[in-house]
Write a protein that binds this ligand. Structure first.
Ligand SMILES: C[S@@+](CC[C@H](N)C(=O)[O-])C[C@H]1O[C@@H](n2cnc3c(N)ncnc32)[C@H](O)[C@@H]1O
Length: 361
C-alpha cells in the first residue's frame, strides 16, 4: 500500500490518514517496553498538518499529554521547539530515546509530572515556557492502566466525572501558558465502554469551550483494519476516526448593543447590580477596547440571585459556573468559593451576549 503522508492541511473538514511512515513510527523495541504496548501512540502524520497550519518555524509547540513524544517529534521535524508534559516516568524515558534516535532531542523540554500542577509555572523545578500551539491527544477514559500508580494518571480515573474534572484542570493550565491568539487542539474519540458509549469528544468540547473560543473541528479518518482488543470490557474503539477540536485563545466578541439592552432590562426589572470591569470602562470610553463580557456584582442573597438567574433563563440564557450547568432553583451553598455565574445567550444571528455575575469575594 502506498504511504500517504499529508503534511499540509487539506481544505475539507476531514483528514484521511492511510498509513504510518515506518521511519516515524514508534520503534517496536520501545513499544515493547510500554505497559500498554504503545497502543495509544499517535502518528506523526496525524500531527504534522496541524503543526504546519497552526504554528510557524521557530515557535513552540506544547503537548500536555506527551506520551511517546509523537507531537514533539512532529514539531521538531517541522523546525519548531517542543515542550511536553507526561505523568509516566517510563514514557518520558521512551519519548527521550525516540527523539534522540532521530537526532532531534535538542530543542525539546520534557516535564515529568501532571500537567494540572503547571499553574505555578514550574514542575519539579522546571519552568514551562510560554508556547504558541497546544497540540495533544487526550487520555481516554476506561483504560485499565497497568503502569506506575500515579494519583494524577488520567488513565486511572475512577469515574467519568473525575476524568472530565481532571481534563478541565489540565486545560486550565494550558490556557495560562498559551499565548493570546494561539490554538489549543485536542484529538479525542468518543469511547465505547462495554455496552455504553461515552461522549468524551463532545464533553471535552464543552470543557474547552469554557476556556477558549471554538474555531473548527476536523475528523481524522484511519481506514485501516481494526486491531483486536484483548480486554473487551475495557475502553476501546476501532480508531477509524477521531476528532481534532480546534480552539483559539482569544477575546470573545459580544454584541455590545444587545448587552446594553440587557443591562437596561435588568434595571427595569428591579434586579439591583453594580456594573464593573471592561464593559463599564467601555461605556465611559467607547473608543477604548471593546469588552468581551459585561461584569456585574450583586449581593450574595440566595433569593435575589435565584430570581435573577430565573429571569435570565426565561430570556434564553444558559447559566454556568466554571463551565458546569447551573440548576434552578439555586442552592447557593453548592457554589461557595466559585465567585461568579456566567449567563450566555447566542442569538439567531450568531451574536453573543455574555453576563458574568459576581456574588462574593
Ligand atoms: C493518548 S496518550 C498520548 C500519546 C501521545 N500523543 C503520543 O502519541 O506519543 C495520553 C498520555 O497522557 C498521559 N497522562 C495521563 N494523565 C496525565 C496527567 N495528569 N498529566 C500528564 N500526562 C498524563 C498518559 O500517561 C499517556 O501517556
Amino acid at each position: 500500500m502506498p504511504i500517504t503522508m499529508p503534511i499540509t492541511m487539506p481544505s475539507p473538514s476531514w483528514l484521511l490518514l492511510q498509513a504510518e511512515s515506518p521511519h516515524h513510527r514508534l520503534p517496536d523495541d520501545l513499544r515493547a517496553r510500554d505497559p500498554l504496548g504503545g497502543r495509544d501512540c499517535g502518528w506523526v502524520e496525524q500531527m504534522t498538518p496541524f503543526v504546519r497550519q497552526f504554528s510557524q518555524p521557530g515557535e513552540t509547540v506544547f503537548d500536555p499529554f506527551a506520551g511517546f513524544g509523537t507531537t514533539l517529534l512532529a514539531a521538531r521535524l517541522q523546525g519548531r521547539s517542543a515542550v511536553g508534559c507526561e505523568v509516566d516516568g517510563q514514557r518520558i524515558a521512551l519519548a527521550r530515546e525516540r527523539l534522540a534516535r532521530h537526532g532531534l532531542g535538542d530543542g525539546v523540554t520534557l516535564l515529568h509530572g501532571s500537567c494540572d500542577t503547571l499553574q505555578s509555572d514550574t514542575l519539579n523545578g522546571v519552568t514551562l515556557p510560554p508556547f504558541d500551539l497546544c497540540l495533544t491527544n487526550v487520555p481516554y477514559f476506561g483504560c485499565r492502566w497497568p503502569g506506575d500508580d500515579a494519583a494524577s494518571q488520567l488513565y486511572d480515573s475512577r469515574s467519568y466525572a473525575q476524568h472530565l474534572n481532571s481534563l478541565r484542570d489540565v486545560f486550565y493550565s494550558v490556557r495560562a501558558g498559551l499565548r493570546e491568539g494561539g490554538r489549543c487542539i485536542a484529538m479525542v474519540e468518543n469511547v465505547r465502554l462495554g455496552e455504553r458509549v461515552l461522549p468524551l469528544a463532545f464533553d471535552l468540547a464543552r470543557i474547552l469551550g469554557a476556556l477558549f473560543v471554538m474555531e473548527e473541528e476536523r475528523v481524522l479518518v484511519y481506514p485501516h483494519a481494526e486491531e483486536a482488543t484483548a480486554d473487551e470490557a475495557s475502553a476501546h474503539t476501532d480508531r477509524r476516526h477521531e476528532y481534532a477540536l480546534v480552539f483559539r485563545k482569544q477575546r470573545e466578541c459580544i454584541d455590545l448593543q444587545a448587552t446594553s439592552e440587557l443591562l437596561n432590562a435588568l434595571r427595569a426589572q428591579g434586579h439591583g447590580f453594580t456594573l464593573i470591569g471592561s464593559f463599564a470602562r467601555w461605556l465611559a470610553d467607547p473608543q477604548g477596547t471593546p469588552p468581551a463580557d459585561a461584569d456585574i456584582r450583586v449581593d450574595a442573597d440566595p433569593q435575589r440571585l435565584d430570581a435573577l438567574l430565573q429571569w435570565l433563563r426565561g430570556q434564553g440564557f444558559s447559566l454556568t459556573s466554571w463551565g458546569e450547568p447551573v440548576g434552578l432553583p439555586l442552592h447557593l451553598d453548592s457554589y461557595r468559593g466559585r465567585f461568579y455565574f456566567r449567563a450566555d445567550r447566542i442569538d439567531r444571528n450568531g451574536a453573543l451576549v455574555r453576563l458574568d455575575i459576581g456574588y462574593e469575594g
